[in-house]
Write a protein that binds this ligand. Structure first.
Ligand SMILES: Cc1cc2nc3c(=O)[nH]c(=O)nc-3n(C[C@H](O)[C@H](O)[C@H](O)COP(=O)(O)O)c2cc1C
Length: 217
C-alpha cells in the first residue's frame, strides 16, 4: 500500500491556469456572483458543477457532511432536496444551521456558504417530488434513507414493490420528501492562484443588505 501513500503525498494541487477574479468589480449580491461563477464552471465543462457538500450538526453538536445536488438558486437562497427521515433530515429538525461547499478544481474555485436550511411548503415539496425520475421516486417512497439495511436483497424487494405501486398510483407522493432553502448569512468566494496568492472575498449579511470584505489567504 505504500505506493498509494506515495501517490497521496506526491499529488499536486492548484496547478492552474485559472480564470482571473476581479475582486473590485464584483456585484453587491453574492447570489449574482454565484451565478457568474457557476456560468464560468459550466463553460469550463466542470464535471457535475451542481454537486455540493452540505454540512449539518447533530443534536450533540457533532458535524456531518455529504454531497447533494443543488436544485436551484435565487435571491432567496440555495435549494436542495432530500428525505426528512434521513440522518441529515433529523439533524435539520434539531438545528437548521448548515454550510454548503462547492469546489471546482479545474478553475481553482471554492465557494463557502453558511446559513440556515428551511423546509419549503408542502405544495413546493410535492412539485419537486413529482419532477424526479421514477426510480428515484420509488426509492423515496420506501422512506428509509440512512436507516440500517440488513441485507441488499431487502432493498431490491422494497424497490420492486414501490415500482409496481407507482404503476398503479403514478402520482403517489412521499410525505418525507422535502425541498429545503439555505438562507445564507455569509458567502465566501475563493480563487486559487498558481503562485499561491489566492484571493478571498466574503459577503456578510448585515440587516437586509450585504457587505463585502477581502480576507487574508
Ligand atoms: C453527486 C451526488 C449527488 C447526490 N445528491 C443527493 C440529493 O440531491 N439528495 C439526497 O438526499 N442525497 C443525495 N446524494 C446522496 C447523499 O450524499 C447521502 O448519501 C444521502 O443523502 C444520505 O445522507 P445522510 O445519511 O447524511 O442523510 C448524492 C450523492 C452524490 C455523490
Amino acid at each position: 500500500m505504500n505506493h498509494v501513500r506515495n501517490k497521496i503525498q506526491n499529488s499536486k494541487t492548484l496547478l492552474g491556469p485559472f480564470p482571473t477574479f476581479e475582486v473590485q468589480e464584483t456585484p453587491d449580491s453574492p447570489y449574482e456572483l454565484f451565478l457568474n461563477w457557476f456560468q464560468v464552471a459550466y463553460d469550463h465543462d466542470i464535471h457535475e458543477p451542481h454537486a455540493m457538500t452540505l454540512s449539518t450538526v447533530d443534536k450533540d453538536g457533532n458535524p456531518d457532511s455529504r454531497v447533494l445536488i443543488l436544485k436551484d438558486v435565487d435571491e432567496e437562497g440555495w435549494y436542495f432536496s432530500t428525505s426528512t427521515n434521513s440522518e441529515k433530515g433529523k439533524q435539520l429538525m434539531t438545528t437548521s444551521n448548515v454550510s454548503l461547499n462547492f469546489y471546482w478544481s479545474l478553475i481553482g474555485r471554492q465557494i463557502r456558504i453558511r446559513g440556515n436550511a428551511i423546509k419549503m411548503d408542502k405544495e413546493t415539496n410535492v412539485k419537486d417530488f413529482l419532477n424526479r425520475g421514477k426510480v428515484a421516486r420509488a426509492i423515496s417512497l420506501i422512506g428509509k434513507q440512512s436507516s440500517i439495511l440488513v441485507k441488499q436483497s431487502d432493498f431490491e424487494e422494497a424497490l420492486s414493490d414501490q415500482l409496481s405501486n407507482l404503476e398503479n398510483n403514478p402520482l403517489e407522493v412521499s410525505d418525507s420528501w422535502a425541498l429545503y432553502i439555505v438562507r445564507a448569512n455569509e458567502v465566501e468566494f475563493w480563487q486559487a492562484d498558481e503562485k499561491r496568492q489566492h484571493l478571498r472575498l466574503k459577503y456578510f449579511l448585515k440587516g437586509d443588505h450585504w457587505i463585502k470584505k477581502l480576507l487574508w489567504a
